[in-house]
Design a protein around this ligand. Structure first.
Ligand SMILES: C[S@@+](CC[C@H](N)C(=O)[O-])C[C@H]1O[C@@H](n2cnc3c(N)ncnc32)[C@H](O)[C@@H]1O
Length: 244
């Protein structure tokens, strides 16, 4: 299964169609974001361990929607934990991430586990090499609160999914319930974002914001769960609305 378009055929999607503020600004913010995530990669698994319940629940929920014929895109695959865990349930997984270091760790994990149906590639979801309608499932785990324009991302996911494909996301909802300790950490992160030490947007969303994002992206939800353990995350499985 080829999920990357050949340069000759290209893909009808241009950067312009995604409403980028400007290629120069976009490139600058992408490169800051890449440096940030490269730096975060070394300790990423350790810092995420405290949210293990939420990760575990999201993966178990996801498995219910996978079949062994599926070609899956794991957008913002991070250190590849989710891709490696679900690999034996599907035909192929393609993990993409802007961080070179995250991709290196992902590849190491897959190699250590002898998983052969995964490819990890450095890149963004707007990469024109990705072929339209080539994925059965697209995962965006812990992504939509931290990308520059989540609505454009959802629209792009719609382009890359096969007509009956499913978009599966889990997103921290920083405006919903959280423990005192997590709340204090989030307030600190907000300050660091404001003064530019954290150069990525960290949006404070409610689950209803995600419902709106999904609906405005021409999807309808087929499965949702609010997951809570010290922090709130919203798990959503959504199907593309058919063209009428
Ligand atoms: C919060 S982590 C989530 C990682 C993983 N999905 C998980 O659930 O643990 C966000 C990841 O998205 C990647 N990322 C951020 N912006 C991206 C973009 N525009 N395109 C691809 N990956 C991106 C980062 O490098 C980082 O690995």
């Amino acid at each position: 299964m080829h999920v990357y378009a050949t340069p000759k055929l290209g893909v009808a999607t241009s950067r312009k169609s995604h409403n980028f503020i400007g290629i120069k600004n976009h490139k600058a913010s992408m490169s800051k974001s890449k440096i940030f995530w490269d730096n975060a990669s070394k300790n990423y698994d350790k810092t995420e361990e405290r949210f293990e319940y939420i990760h575990h629940k999201s993966r178990e929920n996801t498995k219910k929607h996978l079949e062994n014929s599926h070609v899956v895109l794991d957008y913002g695959c991070g250190t590849g934990t989710t891709s490696c865990e679900i690999a034996d349930r599907v035909k192929e997984i393609h993990g993409i991430d802007i961080s070179t270091k995250m991709i290196e760790i992902s590849r190491g994990k897959a190699a250590a586990k002898n998983i052969e149906n995964i490819t990890f590639t450095e890149g963004d979801i707007f990469d024109e090499k990705l072929k339209r309608e080539s994925f059965d499932r697209i995962l965006a785990f812990n992504m939509l609160h931290t990308v520059t324009n989540p609505q454009n991302v959802v629209q792009r996911i719609g382009e890359l999914l096969k007509p009956d494909g499913l978009f599966i996301s889990v997103t921290p909802c920083l405006r919903d319930k959280m423990s005192f300790l997590v709340g204090a950490q989030i307030r600190l992160v907000q300050v660091l974002c404001r003064i530019g030490i954290i150069p990525v947007p960290i949006r404070r969303l409610k689950s209803s914001d995600l419902d709106d994002l999904i609906a405005n992206g021409n999807f309808h939800s087929v499965d949702t769960e609010k997951i809570y353990k010290d922090a709130s995350s919203y798990f959503v499985v959504a199907k593309k609305k058919s063209k009428t």
